[in-house]
Design a binder for this molecule. Sequence first.
Ligand SMILES: Nc1ncnc2c1ncn2[C@@H]1O[C@H](COP(=O)(O)OP(=O)(O)O)[C@@H](O)[C@H]1O
Ligand SMILES: [Mg+2]
Length: 342
Amino acid sequence: MAKQRIAVLYDIWYEEKEDSEESKPSPSRKRRKPDKEDRQEIHEALREAGHSPFYATVDGTRESLTEMAKLECDLVFNLTASWAGDDTKDVHLAAFLELCGFKYTGAGPFGIHLSQNKSLAKKIFAFHSIRTPFFAAVYRGRLDWAHDDLSFPVIVKPAREDGSIGIEFNAVCESIKELMERIHDIHEKYDSPALIEEYIDGREMYVTVLGNDNPVALPVVELDLSKLPEGTPKIAGTEVKWRTGSEAYRKTKSIIPMDLDEKTVKGLDETAIAAYQALELRDYGRIDMRLDKEGKIYVLEVNPNPWLHSKAEVALAAKESGKSYSALIDEIVNLALSRYPN
Ligand SMILES: Nc1ncnc2c1ncn2[C@@H]1O[C@H](COP(=O)(O)OP(=O)(O)O)[C@@H](O)[C@H]1O
Ligand SMILES: [Mg+2]
């Protein structure tokens, strides 16, 4: 593809703008503390692929939207994950890009909305016969049931957060008392419906999907939670993703699982692609699943525009499939551009 002028767009907000130019990406994109930010790596990869990239930011002000509307580029590489730190609002940034008539990478507002609203996503999965843990959503006494009944243990999480925000180890509840306390906490802290799901005891598998008309699954990546300290639930909660000094953080690793049989891999791939299509994702996405002891596959959630850092699961999967980091980034560019006429 010919050389493209590409705006690498990301979000910053005030507290961070002050300390240095090196502002952090929004928390939901970050698991390990990287030496280099994803945007820098993407910028380099785009140059390597022969494009001409430049940075652009939005910072939660109207002025930054006005500036964004004036960008001169062939494509926006959309790395925004929040509006001034509010990660339920990235959907509106995609809508704004759409209204401005930009070509941009990744999911559109509909895909982002469907994935972010976890109970809505689960209802859509049910329609497509994609297995997902039984659930109920409850908001200040109002109950939104989707299944007949739930059995303990359950996991309780905010219905619209990301990056394991609001999912500490006490998210897994064994009793009605624990459940009541968790629901109360979520309402208070996040002002969000609480999603109560049956806890799936099993391995945690991530499948990256690339493509539009014919999406393909990249090799499975497992988040190995088996080394978590004794007595802690095997979940990728806040501690595992964020608490850098903790044992939970140090002892979990993304690996390429070598022991999966062909049927299981096929099942994970097909489930991931079905979920990707059901929620209208585009270009690239990562599907988080659990594989239980009987080999049953459950979709936990779908991530539009997942973290593209070279150490994160998407890049690991690409590498395992023989694609260099630069080739992965260039493929996302090509997939995005090919969705638009001319
Ligand atoms: N129903 C479930 N059964 C078992 N573990 C779960 C379940 N739901 C979530 N988890 C654990 O919590 C983690 C975060 O949940 P997820 O729904 O992916 O939230 P987020 O959007 O914050 O990443 C998962 O990666 C998984 O380890
Ligand atoms: Mg997740």
